[in-house]
Design a binder for this molecule. Structure first.
Ligand SMILES: Cc1cc2nc3c(=O)[nH]c(=O)nc-3n(C[C@H](O)[C@H](O)[C@H](O)COP(=O)(O)O)c2cc1C
Ligand code: SF4
Ligand code: SF4
Length: 284
């Protein structure tokens, strides 16, 4: 019979939605299920800004491992940073955040990554977060996770705790958690858009990159500090290094005066086709 004495919340979260959901799940796990059960206090391991984090977590630690979905996969920077963390065989809850389109392969990938790093996935979930490309003009899951999502995340955490309290939580097969597809017309329309976009890019390649507005910028430095990959030079915050930028939109959302913007044709296509609310899905 295993005993668990600590909880770690491990995440990569440029625009903060993954962090919010991971923390709510950890709160749910930490809540004692009976008066005699010990209360656990979650500790944070934030991979968003650490270039080369390294840690070995003890087997008695329950770890919530959370990452955003980029192009149907685990965000590559998150996967890279996770490779420095080792789990000593301890249980993990793997969670992906996606922008209301689809999570596709991301959850099974994250479960596989966790296993390779020495964790044992015993629960999995896919939650919806405001899409990184969402703007007031092209909203995509704007404001999510909302209060309802966070209640669901905490409830999921409590269910995980109950599973842990059995003393021998069974491993899960994350592939069982299917991506609930958008109504087929939306999916087809979006696919059509992607094919046309790719054809155009072949003929006339365009590099889409966040832009800075020198007139508006007050050089407060917030965007450079929040960028997870150091793509914005301090003192010259209207510039973006195209080789480093992962298009996470953290700088766009953090700029207090709207001096950074990212114009991508995907924003309009996603807003048009994926406006219908999707609910979180979980597996225990
Ligand atoms: C480059 C990129 C690719 C993305 N690809 C997808 C995707 O395939 N499906 C989806 O539903 N959302 C996608 N998103 C949206 C993010 O998964 C979503 O906004 C997530 O909540 C962001 O997490 P964060 O707030 O922790 O940064 C993408 C976002 C970016 C920046
Ligand atoms: S956050 Fe906005 S105002 Fe501040 S330095 Fe960056 S672009 Fe300029
Ligand atoms: S410059 Fe690129 S990588 Fe850095 S915060 Fe902005 S969008 Fe993200």
């Amino acid at each position: 019979m295993n005993t668990y004495d600590s909880i770690r919340t491990l995440f990569f979260s440029p625009t903060g939605t993954t962090k919010k959901v991971a923390e709510a799940i950890a709160r749910g796990i930490a809540a004692p299920i009976c008066e005699t059960a010990p209360a656990l206090v979650p500790q944070t391991l934030d991979l968003t800004h650490a270039a080369k984090p390294a840690a070995t977590l003890p087997a008695g630690c329950v770890t919530v491992i959370a990452a955003p979905v980029y192009g149907g996969h685990v965000a590559p920077t998150a996967a890279g940073r996770l490779s420095g963390i080792h789990g000593s065989g301890g249980p993990a809850v793997v969670v992906v955040l996606y922008g209301n389109r689809a999570f596709e392969h991301a959850l099974t990938e994250l479960a596989g990554l966790a296993r390779r790093q020495g964790f044992e996935p015993i629960a999995a979930a896919a939650f919806v977060g405001e899409h990184s490309y969402s703007t007031p003009e092209t909203p995509i899951a704007a404001g999510r996770p909302d209060a309802e999502d966070l209640v669901a995340a905490e409830a999921f955490g409590r269910a995980v705790r109950q599973k842990l309290e059995t003393g021998d939580p069974a491993p899960i097969d994350a592939a069982q958690l299917k991506d609930r597809r958008a109504p087929s017309l939306s999916t087809l329309r979006f696919l059509h858009f992607v094919l046309r976009y790719r054809r155009q890019q072949k003929r006339h390649p365009v590099v889409y990159l966040p832009e800075g507005d020198a007139e508006r910028c007050t050089q407060c430095g917030r965007c450079a500090a929040i960028c997870p990959v150091g793509a914005i030079p301090r003192g010259d915050e209207t510039r973006t290094d195209p080789a480093r930028c992962i298009r996470c939109c953290a700088c766009v959302k953090a700029c207090p005066v709207g001096a950074r913007t990212f114009h991508t044709p995907f924003a309009e296509a996603l807003s048009r086709n994926f406006f219908r609310r999707k609910e979180p899905v979980t597996l225990l």
